[in-house]
Design a protein around this ligand. Structure first.
Ligand code: UD1
Length: 420
C-alpha cells in the first residue's frame, strides 16, 4: 500500500512530460469487486487491484464482517464464509463511501444487512436514497435504527425499479441485491459506467444472469447461489485520463498504457476539439500537444458524458489553453474545491453556481497548496507540473486514495517530483 505518513509532495514544475506510463487497475471497480466477494462463500481472487489506501480500507470493512481478505501486491483473495449478523464499525465505514456496498450482498445472501452512514470525499451531499429505495422495491424493510441503516427481507423479489438518479454505487448495490432475488429485476436509469459493466461481467462469471451492463437498463434474473471467481479488474480510466491531461497541461507527449479508448470517448473528443493530438498507441492512448491548445466548453455528467472525476484535472490543463473555457459540473455540487488552490497559483478562474470559467493561457507559479479531495489533489499536481518554481502540496493522503505510485510514474515521464 502507498504510505500514508508522507505529508507533502514537492514539485518543481515547468518540464513537459514525455514518455510512457502504465496505469493501475480501476480504483472504483476494484472496490465493487471486493464487495462482490461477499456474495459467495467460495474463494474470490481479484487481480490488477491498485496499491492504494482505499483498497486497504475496503479490505478492513470486509474483515470486520468476518471475511478472510489477503492482499499480495495487486492480487486480493477474499473468502466470505461466515459474514452474517455483523455490522462494520462506524469509523471504518466513515473512511470510504464504497463501504456501503456491503448492504446489497448481505441483504441478498442473509436477508439482513446493517451499515452506518458511509464517508468519502466531501464533494457533495451524497445521499443514499437510490440505494435504499432500490432495496425497498425488492421487498426489503429498510429503516434507520440509531446509527445504522438496516434492511431486512425474508426473500427479495425481483421487480421493475426506476432509479431516481443513475447513481453509480446505488446501481451496484441494487444489482448486488437483485442477483440473488427471486425472479426478474429490471433496473431502469441504471448507471452505465464501465466499472458497473465490469461488475456485471464479474457477477455473470460467478453464476449470475445479468444483461445490459454498461447501458441504462439492466436486467437481472435471480439465481439461488453465486460461486467463486478469478477475475482481473479493468484499467483505471480516470487515472489514465489524468496522465493524458498531465502531458497536455505541460505541453508534452505522453503514452498511457492501459488507457481504454472506448472508456474515454468524452475526454478524447474534448481534447481533439482543443486541437490536441490524441491517437491510439500500442496498448493505450497517446496525447501530444502542439503549438495550438484551444479553450473548450464541457459539462461533467454521468457516463458516457465527461467524467466528473476528470473535471478538476481537465480544469488544471485548461489554464494553459487559449481563450475562455467553461466547465459545468452537473454531478456533485461541491466539486469546485480545487478552484481556490489553482487561483493561488495564478490561474484566472471564476465560478458562478456550478459553472467554472477559466481564462488562459495563464502562467502558473509554485506555492503551497492543499489537496482538498482526491481529484482536486490531481488538479494541483497538474498545475504544479506546469508552474514555474516549486509547488508544495499538503494533505496528500487524498491524492494517495486515487493514484498508485504517483511519484514514480510522474518521475518516469520526466517530472521533478518528490515526497517529503
Ligand atoms: C461514484 C464514484 C466517484 C464518482 C461518482 C460519479 C466510487 C467509490 N465513487 O461515486 O468516484 O465521482 O461515482 O461518477 O465508485 N445521489 C443521489 N442519491 C443517491 C446517491 C447519489 O441523489 O442515493 C446523487 C449524489 O448526490 C450526486 C450524484 O447522485 O449528486 C452522483 O452520485 P453517485 O453516482 O452515487 O456517486 P457515487 O456512486 O457516490
Amino acid at each position: 500500500m502507498t504510505t500514508k505518513t508522507a505529508t507533502r509532495l514537492v514539485i518543481r514544475g515547468g518540464r513537459p512530460l514525455r514518455g510512457r506510463v502504465t496505469v493501475s487497475g480501476s480504483k472504483n471497480a476494484s472496490l465493487y469487486a471486493l464487495a462482490a466477494g461477499l456474495l459467495t462463500a467460495e474463494p474470490v481472487t481479484l487481480r490488477r487491484v491498485p496499491a492504494i489506501a482505499d483498497i486497504g480500507e475496503m479490505a478492513e470493512v470486509l474483515r470486520s464482517l468476518g471475511a478472510d481478505v489477503t492482499i499480495e501486491d495487486e492480487t486480493v483473495h477474499i473468502e466470505a464464509r461466515e459474514v452474517n449478523g455483523r455490522v462494520p464499525p462506524a469509523d471504518q465505514v466513515a473512511a470510504l463511501r464504497a463501504s456501503f456496498l456491503v448492504m446489497g450482498p448481505l441483504l441478498a445472501r442473509f436477508g439482513e444487512a446493517a451499515c452506518p452512514p458511509p464517508g468519502g470525499d466531501v464533494i457533495g451531499v451524497r445521499p443514499l436514497d437510490v440505494h435504499l429505495a432500490g432495496f425497498n422495491a425488492l421487498g426489503a424493510d429498510v429503516r434507520r435504527e440509531g446509527q445504522e441503516f438496516v434492511a431486512r427481507a425474508t426473500r427479495l423479489r425481483g421487480t421493475r425499479i426506476f432509479l431516481d438518479y443513475p447513481s453509480v454505487l446505488g446501481t451496484v448495490n441494487v444489482l448486488f441485491a437483485a442477483t440473488l432475488a427471486e425472479g426478474t429485476t429490471t433496473i431502469i436509469n441504471a448507471a452505465a459506467e464501465p466499472e458497473v459493466a465490469m461488475a456485471v461481467e464479474m457477477l455473470n462469471l460467478m453464476g449470475a444472469k445479468i444483461a445490459g451492463g454498461g447501458t441504462n437498463v439492466i436486467t437481472v434474473d435471480g439465481v439461488e447461489v453465486l460461486h467463486g471467481v478469478d477475475f482481473t479488474v479493468i484499467p483505471d480510466r480516470i487515472e489514465a485520463g489524468t496522465y493524458l491531461l498531465a502531458g497536455v497541461a505541460t505541453g508534452g507527449d505522453v503514452e498511457v498504457i492501459g488507457a481504454t479508448p472506448d472508456h474515454l470517448d468524452s475526454l478524447i473528443t474534448k481534447l481533439r476539439e482543443a486541437q490536441v493530438l490524441v491517437e491510439p498507441c500500442e496498448g493505450g492512448l497517446r496525447a501530444a500537444r502542439g503549438d495550438r491548445f484551444q479553450a473548450v466548453q464541457l459539462q461533467a455528467v454521468p457516463y458516457p458524458g465527461f467524467a466528473t472525476d476528470l473535471h478538476a484535472p481537465m480544469a488544471a490543463a485548461l489554464t494553459q489553453a487559449s481563450g475562455v473555457s467553461i466547465i459545468h459540473e452537473r454531478v456533485f455540487e461541491n466539486r469546485l474545491l480545487y478552484v481556490g488552490e489553482l487561483r493561488s497559483m495564478g490561474a484566472r478562474i471564476t465560478t458562478g453556481g456550478q459553472a467554472v470559467m477559466i481564462e488562459g493561457p495563464t502562467p502558473l507559479f509554485g506555492t503551497s497548496v492543499r489537496a482538498l479531495d482526491v481529484r482536486a489533489g490531481a488538479a494541483v499536481v497538474l498545475a504544479g507540473l506546469c508552474a514555474e518554481g516549486e509547488t508544495t502540496i499538503r494533505d496528500i493522503t487524498h491524492i494517495d486514495r486515487g493514484y498508485a505510485h504517483l511519484v514514480e510514474r510522474l518521475t518516469a515521464l520526466g517530472a521533478d517530483v518528490s515526497r517529503e
